[in-house]
Write a protein of this length. Structure first.
Length: 117
């Protein structure tokens, strides 16, 4: 087995011009439907986790000391927990909207591809 030849063909295929096939169009539409929901979920989840962690730092008196710091920490922590809890339902709703928006085009294109084969 000539591994140099296989490697060279693999590299060449990466730089070859891509054909605009229906399968590539279908992949792009699928990504376009799902990407906004995924980006929101990651961003909102990270922010909520950071808020929760900040609340924990206050509640455990790492950042500040006293009863006020603990009370503030508990409130901030609860806000972070709420954010983490609602992240998945919001993601599902945004994903459903994206699928609804691009669903007709995706179904039409998928039907065309399946009829060709």
């Amino acid at each position: 087995m000539n591994t140099d030849k296989i490697y060279a063909e693999q590299i060449a295929s990466e730089y070859a011009p891509k054909e605009a096939t229906k399968v590539n169009q279908l992949r792009k539409l699928d990504k376009k439907a799902k990407l906004p929901a995924t980006i929101f979920a990651f961003t909102f989840g990270i922010i909520s986790a950071l808020i929760l962690g900040t609340g924990m730092c206050f509640a455990m008196e790492v950042v500040a000391t006293g009863a006020v710091a603990m009370a503030v920490g508990i409130i901030i922590g609860i806000l972070g927990i709420i954010g983490c809890s609602v992240n998945y339902p919001i993601y599902k709703r945004l994903l459903a909207k994206g699928k609804e928006k691009y669903g007709d085009d995706i179904m039409r294109l998928a039907k065309e591809i399946s009829e060709e084969n």
